[in-house]
Design a protein around this ligand. Structure first.
Ligand code: PRP
Ligand code: URA
Length: 210
């Protein structure tokens, strides 16, 4: 598994505002979207392309276009939905599928309550969006789900992650092709399995349910 932690000062600056408990909901939403666009640049470094011939006003030349089947973007509801616009800005022709997952705050086990994905993901490159990688239970379950459907290449994009979460994803990935792109790798988890220093509950801060 390849792990990329973004090291750009603009990302760190935006993350600092995002973490601040005083940041209001509209700013929080905007920052999640902007951070996603910045992380998408790194996450799509290996997106599959094929050569295409075009004519410029001056001459014929060869460029590239996204290969078929087009990439599938999978936001994990709820919080991953806040990242979707930031991703499709960069890959507007990608297909979008949805996975609804919620972590039981007592047992910390994820449950899947919604799924809207193509029946077969054979040969698909998938990009999973979830701002928070805490214990890793939710993202590990999502990645397993996509491989079981036939995906052969999964990139997960998270705004914040923990060392525990990274290890859980490494275990879930086994020898399959998984890339994990993080805005920052935080210290770890507190006694309620919240990311430290973190930003609190991403879903609540995005949708005003705190
Ligand atoms: C949050 C977050 C991840 C999960 C991370 O979602 O968006 O999906 O928790 O925790 P884990 O790594 O320990 O599994 P939550 O279950 O709170 O649902 P929500 O997006 O609806 O708020
Ligand atoms: N889910 C969140 O939204 N935040 C955390 O810190 C952990 C899980």
């Amino acid at each position: 598994m390849r792990v990329v932690v973004a090291g750009h000062p603009l990302i760190t600056h935006k993350l600092t505002v995002l973490r601040d408990e005083r940041t209001p909901q509209p700013t929080f939403r905007l920052l999640i979207e902007e951070l996603m666009t910045l992380l998408a640049y790194e996450a799509t470094r290996e997106v599959r392309v094929e050569p295409v011939e075009i004519t410029t006003p001056v001459t014929r030349t060869t460029g590239v276009r996204l290969s078929e089947p087009l990439p599938l973007i999978v936001p994990i509801l709820r919080a991953g939905l806040g990242m979707l616009e930031g991703m499709v800005k960069l890959v507007p022709t990608a297909e979008v599928g949805f996975l609804g997952m919620a972590r039981n705050e007592e047992t910390l086990q994820p449950t899947t309550y919604a799924e809207r994905l193509p029946e077969s993901l054979a040969g698909r490159q998938c990009f999973v969006l979830d701002p928070m990688l805490a214990t890793g239970g939710s993202l590990a379950a999502a990645i397993k789900f996509l491989f079981d459907r036939g995906a052969d290449d999964v990139t997960a994009i998270c705004v914040l992650g923990t060392p525990e979460g990274v290890e859980a994803i490494r275990e879930a990935a086994g020898d399959r092709k998984v890339t994990l792109v993080l805005g920052a790798l935080d210290e770890g988890l507190n006694d309620r399995a919240y990311i430290v220093p973190g930003l609190g509950d991403a879903g609540d801060r995005l949708y005003g349910t705190a």
